[in-house]
Ligand binder design. Structure first.
Ligand SMILES: [Zn+2]
Length: 556
């Protein structure tokens, strides 16, 4: 399966140094090492177009770690990943040249592509005064910095418009910055302003007016692509919240219609029903704790900060409950949050002092007591750990197969982990950091038949290569770099779960990066052949005027 999406065929692959030097019949040839892949699938190494492995947040615990075990990124290479596109959600280091030097100071496993972070540039220019639209002069300086980052080797720009400081940007600011990546043939990858009925920062009691929805957000990404001609990516696309499931139908139509107008819009997706922020679900709104100083962060994908301030959060909640009018507001907020996290049966207790609660949903616990889920959320705080927001660790399953499958089936959807480097000692984490690429193949292609296995491979290799402007990776072709994965289609299976995430997938037998084994016989080799990839100077930017899509009017 050469990455093109064409049906599989038999072939031998010849590798010399870091390159594929032939694809064909080499039955009579000899080599220093021969792998018999009879009956197995040989595919291009997977390109993870949304990764946090190299960025500022996880970077020091990832590919820039002092620990060579982390730099080898076993959880990534063991799922077939050979290249990660870093600096996602608008967060890069600055300057990009320095990040590149820091990365290259040590060896690491997968190849890395660096992007300019919109949020990082915005903060560099606006400082702490970012809770407002930028002035024209500030936008001019931001655009200049984007150009600098591209000159220093970035291959595009990412944004995090649901986060600070991107949240306060206007579309024209983003357009001005994305316009700068076009002459460099760069791509724009966006964590959009909203991923459901409302953004993650929204609580009904605290914000007046209508917050942006997923549809507003996708419309903005289309607008940015239309105004600049850039290839734009609606990243980790989803439809979050039990009251929003099914919205993928409309979003898919919006994207297809934009493509018909000549907008080069794509999406990427991690194939799971739970999100990153679902891992730190707290059903009790933050304002309840504000008077106490906030309280410790909950479980999830990030380490809780240490400190000795341990305010009594149960007492804070009790005080709110004693005020009848506040209690009404509180209940509305809790109900909204439970729905946004997938409804009471899909908000799971992950960690609790009371072991009986672990593994059960809020809805299940509520039913057993004969109380409402809202009252159960309150009970968890009052009876659970008083120093922990929410009283217990909870994870919502806020996404539905109604949306995951239709998105996965679209030919413009890429596979991406939104993941990072992790080792077993890191504790609970998202299963996508181990299982994303095998799951797309094993579950969505093989078991559910949502797309062909060849299409799943294409969504993980040649498609992200094309979007990122790579000209020597993403396909199994003569002259291409030897990033290769060999897997067994019979046995491939993701095994990581929300409760036991630290499990390699089955069936990934060999992975080569730049011609070197990082997985050999199903085991990580801990080799670190990765490189920071830079733009191929020979690829010209190609953008067309609106209305030039060749597929306009073609029936799907
Ligand atoms: Zn994101």
């Amino acid at each position: 399966m050469d990455g093109s999406g064409n049906p599989w065929r038999y072939a031998d692959i010849a590798i010399l140094g870091d390159r594929i030097v032939g694809v064909g019949n080499f039955a009579s040839a000899s080599a220093r090492r021969v792998i018999d892949a009879t009956g197995k699938v040989v595919a291009p190494g997977f390109i993870d177009i949304h990764s946090h492995a190299a960025g500022p947040n996880y970077g020091r615990r990832g590919l820039r770690s002092d620990d060579p075990r982390r730099r080898a990124a076993p959880n990534l290479v063991m799922q077939g990943i050979t290249t990660v596109v870093g600096n996602q959600d608008g967060r890069s280091m600055w300057p990009i040249a320095e990040q590149r030097d820091l990365l290259q100071a040590n060896a690491f496993g997968p190849n890395v592509i660096l992007m300019v972070g919109h949020g990082t540039v915005r903060r560099e220019v606006m400082g702490d005064d970012f809770r407002r639209p930028a002035t024209d002069e500030e936008i001019r300086r931001m655009a200049e910095m984007v150009r600098q980052g591209m000159n220093e080797g970035a291959m595009g720009m990412t944004a995090g418009l649901e986060y600070a400081p991107g949240r306060w940007s206007e579309t024209k600011e983003v357009i001005a910055m994305v316009a700068e990546i076009v002459p460099f043939n760069g791509a724009y990858v966006s964590h959009e302003r909203s991923e459901g009925a409302d953004p993650m920062w929204y609580w009904p009691s605290e914000f007046a007016g209508r917050p942006p929805s997923l549809m507003d957000a996708v419309m903005e990404t289309i607008e940015i692509g239309e105004a600049t001609g850039a290839r734009v990516v609606a990243s980790h696309i989803k439809a979050k919240g039990a009251n929003y499931w099914g919205a993928s139908r409309t979003v898919i139509r919006m994207i297809n219609e934009a493509r018909d107008r000549g907008v080069q819009i794509y999406a990427d997706q991690y194939p799971y029903a739970t999100t990153g922020s679902d891992g730190s679900t707290v059903m009790i709104p933050r304002w309840v704790f504000r008077a106490t100083g906030g309280g410790q962060r909950t479980t999830g994908d990030r380490q809780p900060p240490t400190g000795d301030r341990r305010p009594d959060l149960a007492a804070a909640l009790r005080a709110v409950l004693e005020d009848d009018s506040l209690a009404v507001v509180l209940r509305a907020d809790i109900e909204h949050e439970i729905n946004r996290r997938g409804g009471p049966m899909r908000v799971m207790i992950m960690e609790a002092d009371n072991a009986d609660w672990v593994g059960k949903s809020v809805g299940e616990l509520a039913a057993a007591r004969g109380i409402t889920p809202v009252d159960m959320a309150i009970a968890l705080q009052l009876e659970g750990n008083p120093n922990r927001r929410g009283g217990v660790g909870t994870r919502g399953l806020s996404l539905s197969e109604y949306d995951i499958e239709p998105y996965a089936a679209e030919e413009w959807t890429m596979t991406a982990t939104d993941g990072w480097v992790t080792l077993p000692e890191d504790g609970l984490t998202h299963p996508r950091v181990y299982g994303t690429f095998p799951r797309k193949i094993a579950y969505y292609a093989k078991e559910r038949g949502v797309l062909s296995v060849e299409a799943a491979i294409r969504s993980s290799s040649s498609l992200p290569a094309e979007v990122m402007g790579l000209t020597d990776r993403g396909w199994l072709r003569e002259g291409y770099k030897a990033d290769v994965v060999v897997f067994d289609l019979e046995t491939i299976k993701d095994k990581a779960t929300i409760f036991e995430p630290h499990q390699y997938s089955d069936g990934i037998e060999f992975v080569l990066i730049n011609g070197r084994f990082v997985v050999d016989g199903g085991e990580p080799t801990w080799a670190m052949p990765g490189r920071v990839l830079v733009r191929d100077e020979t690829t010209a930017s190609s953008t067309g005027p609106a209305g030039t899509s060749p597929l306009q009017g073609v029936r799907r």
